[in-house]
Ligand binder design. Structure first.
Ligand code: J2J
Length: 539
């Protein structure tokens, strides 16, 4: 019997039972976990953001207070709320306040604009949007007003900062200060409920939402924390965006908190800020994407900051070159851990006991003994050991299907529940995976994923563009950059003109092509698809 809900396919009942019996799923919601942490670690520091320092007891009490205020506002178990906050303590407090109510945060990235946030709201049928007032020279109140005009179901807008006189917008600060009465008829979530919705990197042109349950997400964070040997003395610096799965739970914020450690917020990802915070707060672990690594190595040669507390540097989200990997320990004086993860679930980590060679040349191995991994050829048959194929996976924290996406789920997963990652890997006898390529139509811009089909849809709307294809051009700093190939009637547009056009359409800046190429006609493959390999060959 399959545990099927209308919105998303869960795990088959007997498999779910086996995950519970094995102890991967512990039946505790994040609200219950936070209460438990507050009991165990009460006076210890949970969260540091600039001059703000919160103990576990304070984090728990503040999240409780905000839960009550949000309930009073009208939010109820099962509602979805799009959260778009840059790195700050309020993100953590709000996240726990929502999940404790059973309200589902939909994780938007700070760089997302009208197109992306609008899709998230439409797809999740969100009732609320929470954003900053302004961030990175962008006014999120203006965006929220446009969104409310477009989506009648978007009943509430909550702004962290000045509401600026917009009609009906609520201030997060005021909600945090509200002393609302205890909730009359509480309707708390259960651990098998969807706790949050993450955004997939996408390949199909329409964004896909990833439903993660309390049970499976807690398993993800806890196992990662165990492998990273986290404890009450661990201090984690959140450099990458906090809503990113890597920063949230690999082990990230949730892994550190369940171990009784401290999360330190970096409000910007610059190495200068990070080095200052590492020295000041005696940070022991942090996580970067590959483009930040050379910046850190450079800063190390110029900065007198004391990094001696830093034990572990995690790097993931895109392929780290073996050469850069080998420089980390000698130049930064800390251990490297490679991280190959995905918001859909499966997480691979290198281990402290791994040889230097494995740590520098592979992307780790799965964190759970019940993670099932297959490496298959185009026909779906397993390839011989050591050969390259597509990675398929299922396990206790890997989804069985996207949220409200029945059609995509039919092709994105095998009939027996494996997620087709679209990543090409080689598996070593030790179980370590080496990521060698990708068969999905996605560009990985230094860790930021771009759905080629989605951007092509926008480009095709540019006046005079007859056909458009977005490809990844190899790049020394970012690994890949997006390049648009266009077939044009008349004069081709400039990169600037395309950038302005995409900005007007509300497309996040990281998706804008860095270069434009023109072709008289798109090269086609034997089956009549655009031959992207041939286009990359033209670069
Ligand atoms: C090569 N490609 C990688 C790596 C991810 C931890 C870390 C990263 C993510 C993430 C994450 C890679 N080498 N080390 O969710 O928990 C590419 C693969 C993968 C896709 C997933 C986490 N690490 N990738 O990056 O959902 O192509 O998650 O399928 O954003 O990133 O992207 P995303």
């Amino acid at each position: 019997m399959s545990q099927v809900t209308v919105d998303w396919p869960g795990w088959p009942a007997e498999i779910a039972e086996s995950y519970r019996a094995a102890g991967w799923w512990r039946g505790e919601t994040f609200g219950q976990q936070l209460s438990g942490w507050a009991e165990h670690f009460g006076p210890r520091t949970a969260l540091i953001d600039g001059e703000v320092r919160m103990t576990y007891a304070e984090l728990d009490a503040t999240a409780h207070r905000l839960s009550r205020a949000l309930h009073k506002l009208g939010l109820r178990r099962g509602d979805r709320v799009v959260v778009q906050l840059p790195n700050r303590a309020e993100f953590v407090v709000l996240w726990f306040a929502l999940v404790r109510l059973g309200v589902v945060p939909v994780h938007a990235m700070p760089g997302h604009r009208r197109s992306e946030v609008g899709h998230l709201i439409a797809q999740s049928h969100a009732v609320a949007y929470v954003g900053p007032d302004r961030h990175a020279r962008f006014d999120h109140r203006q965006l929220a007003a446009e969104l409310q005009a477009t989506f009648p179901h978007l009943a509430y807008v909550v702004i962290d900062g000045e509401t600026g006189g917009w009609d009906g917008f609520r201030s997060l600060r005021e909600l945090l200060q509200t002393e609302a009465a205890p909730i009359d008829h509480p309707d708390p979530p259960t651990a098998s409920d969807m706790a949050l919705l993450l955004l997939s990197g996408g390949t199909t042109g329409t964004p896909k939402l990833i439903p993660r349950t309390h049970d499976d997400y807690a398993c993800n964070a806890r196992l990662a924390a165990e492998i990273c040997e986290l404890g009450p003395g661990s201090v984690y610096l959140a450099v990458l965006p906090m809503p990113f799965n890597f920063t949230m739970s690999c082990p990230g914020i949730l892994g550190v908190l369940q171990a009784g450690g401290t999360v330190v917020v970096a409000r910007d990802p610059s190495p200068t800020t990070a080095f200052r915070l590492i020295e000041r707060e005696r940070v022991t672990i942090t996580a970067l994407n590959p483009p930040l690594v050379p910046l850190w190595l450079q800063e190390r040669t110029e900065s007198a900051a004391d990094l001696s507390s830093l034990e572990l540097l995690q790097v993931g989200a895109a392929r780290l070159s073996d050469d850069l990997a080998r420089r980390i320990r000698p130049e930064l004086g800390c251990r490297l851990q490679q991280v190959f993860g995905m918001a859909e679930g499966l997480l691979n980590l290198t281990r402290s006991e791994d040889s230097e060679e494995l740590v520098c040349t592979t992307q780790g191995r799965p964190i759970c003994p019940d993670d099932e991994v297959l490496v298959v050829d185009e026909a779906g048959a397993e390839v011989p050991a050591g050969e390259v194929g597509e990675l398929l996976t299922r396990g206790p924290y890997t989804i069985r299907g996207y949220y409200r996406a029945e059609e995509v789920n039919r092709t994105g997963f095998t009939p027996d529940g494996y997620y087709r990652t679209g990543d090409q890997v080689r598996r070593l006898p030790s179980g370590h995976l080496s990521v060698v390529g990708r068969i999905k139509d996605q560009i990985n811009r230094g860790g930021e994923k771009i759905d080629a089909t989605e951007v092509e849809g926008h480009l095709a709307a540019y006046p005079g563009v007859l056909a458009a294809a977005l490809v990844g051009a190899p790049d020394r700093d970012l690994g890949e950059r997006p390049v648009a190939f266009l077939v044009c009637a008349g004069e081709p547009p400039t990169v600037r003109a395309i950038g302005a056009f995409l900005r007007d359409r509300g497309v996040a800046a990281y998706k804008h092509p860095d270069r434009i190429g023109t072709v008289p006609a798109m090269p086609l493959t034997a089956v009549g698809k655009i031959d992207k390999r041939a286009l990359v060959g033209l670069l």
